[in-house]
Ligand binder design. Structure first.
Ligand SMILES: CC(C)(COP(=O)(O)OP(=O)(O)OC[C@H]1O[C@@H](n2cnc3c(N)ncnc32)[C@H](O)[C@@H]1OP(=O)(O)O)[C@@H](O)C(=O)NCCC(=O)NCCS
Length: 205
C-alpha cells in the first residue's frame, strides 16, 4: 500500500516495522492509512494535539495539558518499535488518531493509551488501533495490556470490552485501571470476525 502518509522518509529509523503499515476502514466507509509513528511526525502530532477538544485532552492526560513540550513530542514520536510502539492514523496529510503501548521495564505487561480526534471518534478507530497494537505487542512478547482511564470514560471502556479480551478492573475509583491478556484466543478471533462480517470490512492483516 502506498499512500502519502506511508511513504518512507529520511526519518524512518532502521528498525521501522513496515509490516505494520496498512489501512483502516471507518464506520462511515472511509479508508484511512495506519502506520508506526516516526520521529518526522513531530509537527503532525503537535497539530493533532491542538485540534483536540479540552475534554479529549483531559480524558487522555487527566489534566488540561493543552501544549506538548518539545521533550514530550520527542518522547512520543521516538519509539523503539519493541518495548514502545505507537501507531498513527492519517486522513490524507492529517493525523487523526494515535494508539501506543509502553512496556513496563523487564515485564510482559505494557500500558496502552489512545486518543482519536473528536471529529473522528465513534468510527471504529479506537478498536482498530487496539487490535493492531495487541497483535504487534503479542508478537514482541507482551502478554498483558493495562490502562488507566476515568471511570466516566464510557467510550474507552466500550472499546476494551468490545475487543473480546478478558477485561478485568483491578482498581476501581474515579480513575480506574483495567488489565487484560492480549492472547489472540478463539474468542477474540471470533469477535473480530463477527465485527468484520457486520461492517463488510475485509480481514485485517
Ligand atoms: C476513547 C477513544 C480513544 C475511543 O476511540 P473511538 O475511535 O471513538 O472508538 P471506537 O469508535 O472504536 O468505539 C467507540 C464506540 O463506537 C462504537 N463503534 C465503533 N465502530 C463501530 C461499528 N463499526 N459499528 C457500530 N459501532 C461501532 C463502539 O462500539 C463504541 O460504541 P459505544 O460507545 O456506543 O459502545 C476516543 O473516544 C478518544 O480519543 N477519547 C479521548 C481520549 C481518551 O479518552 N483516551 C483514553 C485514555 S487511555
Amino acid at each position: 500500500m502506498s499512500t502519502q502518509a506511508n511513504r518512507p522518509d529520511a526519518t524512518s529509523p532502521p528498525l521501522y516495522p513496515h509490516e505494520l503499515e496498512g489501512v483502516i476502514a471507518t464506520r462511515d466507509g472511509r479508508t484511512l492509512a495506519v502506520r508506526p509513528i516516526r520521529p518526522g511526525d513531530a509537527d503532525h502530532l503537535v497539530a493533532f494535539h491542538h485540534r483536540l477538544s479540552t475534554d479529549s485532552i483531559y480524558r487522555r492526560y487527566f489534566s488540561l495539558h493543552t501544549e506538548l513540550s518539545d521533550a514530550e513530542v520527542a518522547h512520543l514520536t521516538t519509539v523503539d518499535y519493541v518495548d514502545r510502539l505507537a501507531l498513527v492514523v492519517f486522513e490524507g496529510r492529517e493525523l487523526v488518531a494515535v494508539g501506543r503501548f509502553d512496556r513496563y521495564p523487564d515485564s510482559t505487561t505494557a500500558e496502552v493509551a489512545f486518543v482519536v480526534l473528536d471529529t473522528h471518534q465513534h468510527q471504529g478507530l479506537g478498536l482498530a488501533l487496539l487490535e493492531r497494537l495487541a497483535d504487534a505487542a503479542w508478537d514482541r512478547g507482551v502478554e498483558t495490556f493495562s490502562a488507566s482511564t476515568l471511570a466516566s470514560n464510557r467510550d474507552m471502556l466500550a472499546v476494551f470490552y468490545d475487543s473480546g479480551f478478558p477485561v478485568e478492573v483491578v482498581h476501581d475509583a474515579e480513575e480506574i485501571e483495567v488489565r487484560f491478556a492480549i492472547e489472540p484466543t478463539a474468542t477474540v478471533r471470533a469477535r473480530r470476525a463477527e465485527r468484520r462480517d457486520r461492517s463488510g470490512e475485509p480481514g485485517s492483516p
